[in-house]
Design a protein around this ligand. Structure first.
Ligand code: FAQ
Length: 309
């Protein structure tokens, strides 16, 4: 019997061939990619806010210029990702309108406040660490433009993670007050970073199909396990303790056991009720409104140039 379009599509996926913008694809594949890529883009853009909060208060000129560069990198990632979503037929205006209306999701992690300088260390070390674990496999995701965007993004994220770790190391080798500040920040950021990987596999409606389509290469729980396995030794190296009494090496599974994430908190934050959801969204809406004159001027300029030729 002849294969259906959908079967041919799955064959290409199974043979690890990339899907490109003009190729036939099931509508649900297109939809889930627009969903994931636009959420990812929004996360990068909203993700500038917690760190942006510390640019004016960074402890030295060197730290300030590094942080400024990092936050600019996140803006670049966001714009890359909006472009990747546009190749699937999504309009940028619509994606932004959905974000500003509070309809679009972005990563839960950016709804937590950055209270001390050590939080900037934790964002780089833990949040970017989680981001890299999640995004390195996305360099092999089945949709070409998304996969290619991830290559550069991951290179920059690796630099971000190193700078975060180095902030933590400096604090941990410093005065007792600095080390205490590092531990206190770790206590607050540990569980929210475990939530970045999404709900447990058996409560994740999208995982099975996204794995079949090779959009995702690992499940949420697989990546969360890798994260714990990577981070517990790094915390020990720093002389810090992760705030989980159940975090213990398990020789049989060759990985760490760890405690349960507070899923109630996770869904509260995802559904708009985290500590900073309101402020984050308001900051994006204000930026959009205050930038209206720039968009108008750019359009007027483009029109004038087009009329000149
Ligand atoms: N927060 O069925 P699943 C960064 C939603 S890194 C909010 O498992 P899926 C770098 C999910 O959307 C952060 N919502 O979904 C940076 C779905 O809702 P929907 C961004 C979450 O897609 C660092 C529902 O729950 N990274 O920005 C979260 O298969 C520092 C059910 O979940 C990416 O976006 C969450 N944590 O798996 C920037 C990576 N988790 O859409 C600045 C790409 C789940 O059905 C500073 N994305 N939900 O209404 C992915 O890998 C996947 O989308 C997952 C979720 C793994 C996040």
């Amino acid at each position: 019997a002849e294969l259906t379009q959908e079967e041919l599509f799955q064959q290409r996926i199974d043979a690890d061939q990339r899907i490109e913008p003009k190729d036939w694809m099931p509508e649900a594949y297109r939809k889930t990619l627009i969903r994931q890529i636009s959420q990812h883009a929004h996360s990068e853009i909203v993700g500038m806010l917690p760190e942006g909060n510390w640019i004016t208060r960074a402890p030295s000129l060197k730290r300030k210029s590094i942080l400024l560069a990092k936050v600019q990198d996140e803006a670049g990632h966001g714009l890359y990702l909006y472009s990747a979503a546009e190749t699937l037929g999504a309009s940028r205006d619509q994606m932004l309108a959905d974000l500003h209306a509070g309809k679009a999701k972005y990563s839960s992690i950016f709804n937590y406040p950055t209270l001390s300088w050590a939080d900037i260390g934790c964002v780089g070390w833990l949040v970017d660490g989680a981001a890299i674990l999640n995004q390195v496999p996305l360099c092999r995701t089945s949709y070409g433009p998304y996969a290619r965007a991830m290559v550069r993004v991951c290179k920059e994220e690796s630099f971000h993670q190193r700078q975060g770790f180095e902030i933590m190391q400096t604090l941990c080798e410093g005065a007792p007050e600095q080390k205490a500040m590092a531990q206190e920040a770790l206590n607050r950021w540990w569980w929210p970073t475990l939530m970045m990987f999404g709900p447990k596999d058996d409560e994740s409606p999208n995982t099975a199909r996204s794995m079949q389509w090779r959009i995702k290469r690992f499940t949420n729980d697989e990546l969360r396990q890798k994260f714990v396995d990577m981070m517990v030794p790094q915390a020990e190296f720093l002389g810090l303790t992760v705030p989980d009494a159940k975090a213990k090496w398990n020789e049989t599974k060759k990985g760490y056991d760890f405690g349960d994430v507070n899923w109630e908190e996770f869904w509260q934050v995802v559904n708009g009720n985290g500590l900073c959801n309101h402020d984050r969204l308001q900051a994006r809406v204000d930026a959009w409104e205050e930038g209206a004159w720039v968009r108008e001027a750019a359009l007027a300029h483009a029109k004038k140039r087009a009329a000149r030729v």
